[in-house]
Design a protein around this ligand. Structure first.
Ligand SMILES: [Zn+2]
Length: 492
């Protein structure tokens, strides 16, 4: 595998040294996050030089700015490895009271996924999608996500999959100061209601291969722009909407270019049954046969790799292949919990030695909510508060995500890492007394506690305000876009 060179590193971060001092720090000791009740973090030129107990200033390393972090907890930026910003805000209020894809085949599910979802997506034009992206990226930064993976939409959107839209989405993320992996999707077929009123699949031109080529070309243009913060990722849609040839072509493209891959898989029992029916094997065996498993692959959702969804019902060979290949699973607990399904379980995958990271998928784009859901859902699924610790969940939301992105310089506060840093207000009623900071972050803290955010050493959120965007304007634009989209929706 060759690694695609970054397009443009841009101007280096200014070599001004900043010291964060006065409050607690969640530093990384090389294997885990450690809470220091008082600690210092020093960064310069976009990278962390020091994170630990009191730092001693040296003549050859003058401090240019000291930020008082009294009453704050200094934590690593959260790594959110799966989300869709351009359409899901418009689906809010349409789908949520219908059943999930786990019950595919039930009448209510047909209404939500096959009738309402395509109708809402088709009504969102490029201008609306960009308004949604601006608002969602703002929400992400304001809630402490510093790295995100945006999985864009295909031709079912109102702009018919025009490549100008994902390009503009990447520019919005870059301008606001986020670190964004842009993953425009391609697939062989999409679904909606057929002429007879039953769910039906419709093929794209060339079973998705021309679209895939256009996506790879776009990645070549954007990879490494915005000072290296905007990068590309290959995103074949879902395991059941891609032909084997498209998935093989994806593996070849990844090996040739070094781009990572993300694929939706393990979303529902019906998907599991469909793969078994069509290919005569389980979903994991199918992915293994195609040569797709690997440390450069992230599988979004990963809840149903057996029909029941219980990880212990997967056969030992497929679990071993999943582990030994280094494939990453992206857990998206809230979107599924609100539809009544749960991963069974986060802890079981981890016990099998399998890598798990976290993402928000849809709304709210809030990793604090997602961490809390991941902890609660795992404990509910396994019936014990000891099933998973808060530290394991926080690790998945930081280091786990960084590993999925093959970035050992993200998701941790340690010398040499990117200065992606979040200051969390702990001078709050639900935070005191602060005995265990990591339990607080996972089980009590909320997005509203995020005070300031730095990405690559640049302050992008300052005391709850965006530095490079205007939240009020973004919210107003999205509200207007929502009115336009709703007026255009035609439910067949
Ligand atoms: Zn998704």
């Amino acid at each position: 595998m060759t690694t695609r060179p970054l397009k443009d590193h841009g101007a280096p971060a200014p070599h001004l040294r900043t010291l964060l001092r006065g409050g607690g720090v969640v530093a990384f000791d090389g294997s885990r996050h450690v809470h220091l009740k008082r600690g210092d973090v020093v960064f310069c030129g976009g990278r962390i030089e020091y994170a630990g107990p009191q730092w001693v200033e040296r003549a050859d390393a003058p401090v240019h700015e000291t930020i008082d972090t009294t009453g704050k907890l200094v934590v690593p930026g959260l790594v959110n490895t799966h989300l869709h910003v351009t359409d899901t805000p418009f689906t809010r209020g349409w789908l949520d009271d219908y059943a999930s894809s786990a019950q595919a085949g039930a009448a209510s599910n047909v209404t939500a996924l096959y009738r309402l979802l395509p109708a809402v997506r088709a009504a969102a034009l490029a201008e609306d999608q960009l308004a949604a992206a601006e608002c969602a990226f703002s929400e992400l930064l304001l809630s402490g996500s510093t790295t995100v993976v945006e999985l864009g939409y295909d031709e079912e959107m109102g702009d018919r999959g025009d490549m100008a839209t994902p390009r503009a989405v990447g520019d919005i993320a870059g301008r606001l100061g986020l670190r964004c992996y842009l993953a425009p999707r391609y697939r062989s077929r999409y679904w909606k209601l057929g002429p007879d009123g039953a769910p039906a699949y419709f093929s794209y031109e060339g079973d998705g291969l021309p679209r895939m080529r256009a996506c790879v070309e776009l990645l070549g243009e954007i990879h490494g722009t915005h000072q290296g913060r905007v990068r590309g990722m290959l995103a074949p849609g879902q395991v059941d909407t891609c032909e084997p040839a498209l998935l093989r072509a994806t593996r070849e493209a990844a090996d040739k270019t070094g781009y990572l891959i993300q694929l939706h898989a393990g979303q529902s029992p019906s998907e599991f049954r469909r793969i078994r029916q069509q290919h005569g094997c389980t979903t994991l065996e199918y992915l293994d046969r195609l040569g797709l498993l690997g440390r450069d692959l992230i599988l979004g959702h990963s809840m149903f790799f057996s029909e029941s969804g219980d990880v212990d019902e997967c056969n030992s060979v497929e679990l071993q292949r999943l582990r030994d290949s280094g494939t990453h699973l992206c857990h998206l607990p809230w979107v599924k919990a609100r539809q009544g399904t749960v991963m069974r379980s986060f802890a079981k995958y981890r016990r099998h030695g399998i890598q798990v990271c976290l993402g928000t998928d849809t709304y709210p784009f809030d990793m604090f909510n997602e961490m809390r859901m991941a902890a609660a859902m795992c404990r509910v699924a396994d019936g014990s508060p000891q099933a998973v610790t808060a530290a394991e969940i926080f690790h998945a939301a930081t280091v786990g995500g960084a590993q999925a992105l093959q970035r050992d310089d993200l998701g941790r506060l340690a010398a040499g890492c990117q200065a992606d840093i979040v200051l969390v207000d702990v001078n709050r009623p639900h935070a005191v007394p602060l005995r265990d900071a990591i339990q607080h972050l996972v089980l009590s803290a909320s997005a509203a506690d995020v005070d300031s955010v730095f990405v690559a050493g640049r302050r992008v959120v300052d005391r709850r305000e965006l530095v490079y965007g205007n939240l009020g304007d973004a919210v107003a634009r999205l509200a207007e876009a929502g009115e336009r989209v709703e007026a255009r929706v035609r439910v067949e």
